[in-house]
Design a binder for this molecule. Structure first.
Ligand code: FES
Ligand code: FES
Length: 146
């Protein structure tokens, strides 16, 4: 076991992790208690586990927690204090979610694309996340104005 200090949503968390490459997603959900980030496939296909690491999109299901040390991790809980991030506002305005399971990953994917300086249809083409409820049309509408 190793003790790591992680900056998550602007707070430092000391976590005890196994030495054999624990994924960041397990640490966020099970050790820190931030359950907004979801587990879907575990193999970088669905995008449900997407978080930002130093502003860039990462699939936390395969991201070695050790690689997050010294970086800033942002989860859906930390994207804004009051759902005021433009992506969150667009999601609310367009009533995007259905069951909601995939949505934190969707929003974080869009936030990462915005951080990269992308807009509108450019972002829409980058959102490859899976949604079994089929919210794709509303996602397209939501990102159109970003
Ligand atoms: S759970 Fe990470 S991409 Fe599906
Ligand atoms: S809103 Fe249900 S899986 Fe996407």
């Amino acid at each position: 076991m190793s003790t790591l200090n992680l900056n998550v949503n602007g707070q430092i968390h000391s976590v005890n992790v196994s030495d054999n490459g624990m994924p960041l997603l397990w640490v966020l959900r099970d050790l820190i208690g931030l359950t907004g980030t979801k587990y879907g496939c575990g193999i970088e296909v669905c995008g449900a586990c997407t978080v930002l690491v130093d502003g860039q999109r990462e699939h936390s299901c395969v991201f070695d927690v050790g690689s997050a040390v010294g970086k800033k991790v942002v989860t859906i809980e930390g994207l804004s204090p009051d759902c005021s991030h433009p992506a969150q506002k667009a999601w609310i305005a367009n009533q995007v979610p259905q069951c909601g399971y995939c949505q934190p990953g969707m929003v974080m994917t869009v936030a990462g694309a915005m951080n990269a300086g992308h807009h509108g249809s450019e972002i829409a083409s980058e959102v490859k996340n899976l949604c079994v409820c089929g919210t794709y049309q509303r996602i397209k509408q939501a990102v159109a104005g970003l």
